[in-house]
Design a protein around this ligand. Sequence first.
Ligand SMILES: [Zn+2]
Length: 419
Amino acid sequence: MDAPFILLGPLLSPSGMDAADWLPDGALVVDEAGRIVHVGHAASIATTMSPYPVIRTNDLILPGFIDTHVHAPQLDCRGRHGADLLQWLDSYIYPAEQRFSDEILAADVSRRFFASLVSAGTTTALVFATSHEHATHIAFAEAEKCGMRIIMGSMLMDRNAPAELCVDRCSAEAAMGRLIERWHLATPLLRFAVSPRFAPACTLEMLRMAADTARRHDLHIQTHCNEALSEISLMQQLFPHSGSYTQLYHSAGLLGTKTILGHNIHTDQAQLRLLTESGAAVAHCPDSNLFLGSGRFPLDEHLQAGLRIGLGSDVGAGTTVHMLSIMRSMAHAQGKSLHPLLPLYCATLGGATALGLEHETGSLTAGKSADIIIMHIDNLLCHGSGDVGVVDVASALVYTTPEERVRRVWVAGKELTIR
Ligand SMILES: [Zn+2]
């Protein structure tokens, strides 16, 4: 059912890294425009007085999940063993991305990719496409059909990758212009992100062109940084006078408040300070880091630096699109017990904040877009009794709920199809 409607049931909505609103008898009103206009206790609204249809549930009402780092063309590459990042890229990823020159394949994978995100309860994602302009148009068309909130860009590479995936700077700039015109400027839920893959696959001129394009059109920038030791050493060989990985991106003009860096594992205090000063955000991808053995994300150091942190599935180095699994991996990667509200925050409001969308999505708050999911949780314990606390509910959700429990999904008040 599309908006307008009133949703009645237990409701959990993160409000900070260690805080959430928990309403065992929640009520949420969504208007015709797909905006949340009221959140409160069921008793706070007179449903009999409202002309809106009422949806009642005993399952848990949540904000949709946010994936801040994921690769659409890598959906079918999950679980492919590689010795490390660079070898894995050469063996599996570049061949898979080359196949996106085939339009039928590009459409098929893109369709299944967005369908799987919706079924996992993800309502917003920051996505890498391939370097093909046409395949990126196809991916945007599939994103529009599925109804998600998507920020996506064609991959920029002009060296150290198969020739079929490298695009020269002028052609890449022109292609981005057409993608911005067709999607970023013309569709309400779709945005274009400037997406240099990582320093080893780009010349300095390409990185600078990327930064200029983003500045000119006020776009997001997404890339990878400090993921694997072999990658960092290759970066140092290619840019011997650039200092750290973060300094290289900074001097190329790539760091700003709309920049999201994937991984950032092998960093240090000077680089973290530079990120904080520039206002860039980090997409933490724990499942991917565990799978490729890239290293342990220095979570405490990032938190102390005051950086915005979102969670990313990083499919296909990540093995799943399910953000519930990624939340669990975040805790496992730290080797200690994490308070459940922290990973939940990073996968919702924290992700929205990392993307600069915290006024639009990420929590169930009046004034925001109705990006909502309903999940079934065993023994949701409460059944309206109000006996169960917010930490109990968050723990049950983050640490024990099977992935495939998403029952309904809305973006901007429009109900999406779960396949
Ligand atoms: Zn990635």
